[in-house]
Design a protein around this ligand. Structure first.
Ligand code: GAL
Length: 309
């Protein structure tokens, strides 16, 4: 797929899954993201739903429709169309057999700063909203979820007006926080967290805080999820490495053992046309991360790559 373009689904329609994440479940990839297919006004779109696309090969994406719908008639509801619902993240809870979705929940002025929790029996929804809240009474803006090797789940969110990043343990059913959390990257003003475990370490890639405008990424490392975390460097190399290739990381996913980062290339004046990239993440022998720009990423069709088809 050509990077930094707006990819299309199996019906030829633009994929509306911005600020998204990719979940692998029973051999299928599910891509959840913000559907922004509506008019941009003052660099903002109404909340029109969270989309889901499914794929077996990461290249052909089937539109599974809106899996979390907006509430159109109740301004007091966090899913109200005029509110913010961003960065959906879904985990499967083996014990409850539920798919649990968290999103950034906010008012249009980004003042509320909390999360929405919704559940579904199937990865393609429909997700039923359960509640909105501020985790551990902390403000929460950009966020992600992470499932550790032992099945425990963690909410990683920008807090304290984006000055720190919190890592908060979720309850066993994933539906709540437990009161146990740490604050990392203090005063570093990081957001858009994307996390992975690889080579016996945890890695977190974050962006700086400049809204839709791209900025340098930084990655952090630690041996245990709850720290101590250490910020290392910008993992990007190649043209536009200082602006994350004019993008912002949103999630990390694995294909076999190879990690990839999914980027958003935001178009603030027409958000629905914002583009995507998927780039492999390299881990060097000393544990450093490197993300090199490449114009195209192929997951399948190796014949096409070799020019033999
Ligand atoms: C970015 C954030 C996006 C969106 C945007 C709004 O910093 O990563 O998810 O909230 O700000 O300006």
């Amino acid at each position: 797929m050509k990077n930094k373009t707006l990819w299309t689904d199996t019906e030829g329609k633009p994929i509306q899954a911005h600020g998204g994440m990719i979940l692998q479940h029973k051999g299928i990839y599910y891509w959840y993201g913000e559907n922004k297919d509506t008019e941009t006004v003052n660099r903002h779109v109404d909340f029109i739903g969270i989309s889901c696309y499914s794929s077996e090969d990461l290249e052909n994406w089937r539109n599974e429709g809106i899996v979390l719908s907006p509430v159109v008639n109740n301004p007091a509801h966090m899913l109200y169309t005029k509110n913010i619902c961003e960065r959906p993240r879904v985990l499967y809870n083996k014990s409850t057999k539920q798919f649990v979705m968290y999103t950034h929940a906010d008012t249009a002025d980004y003042y509320y700063a909390g999360v929405n929790v919704a559940v579904a029996a199937s990865p393609t929804g429909p997700f039923v909203w359960l509640k909105s809240f501020q985790p551990n009474r902390q403000d929460s803006r950009d966020m992600t979820l992470f499932q550790d090797l032992d099945g425990s789940a963690w909410l990683i969110h920008s807090a304290n007006y984006n000055k720190t990043m919190n890592i908060a343990r979720l309850s066993d059913d994933y539906l709540d926080v437990t009161g146990s959390y740490i604050s990392i990257f203090q005063d570093q003003e990081r957001e858009a967290p994307a996390i992975m475990y690889s080579h016996n370490r945890y890695y977190m890639i974050t962006s700086g805080c400049s809204g839709w405008e791209p900025n340098p990424s930084l990655y952090g490392i630690c041996d245990h999820l709850i720290g101590p975390w250490k910020l290392i460097d910008n993992p990007c190399t190649g043209p536009a490495y200082r602006t994350t290739f004019d993008g912002q990381g949103t999630c990390i996913f694995f294909v076999q053992n190879q990690p990839y980062v999914l980027l958003d290339h935001w178009h603030p004046d027409d958000l629905r046309s914002s583009a995507y990239s998927m780039l492999p993440i390299q881990i060097s022998d000393n544990g450093g991360l490197k993300i090199e720009w490449q114009d195209e990423t192929f997951f399948t069709n190796s014949k096409r790559r070799e020019g033999t088809s």
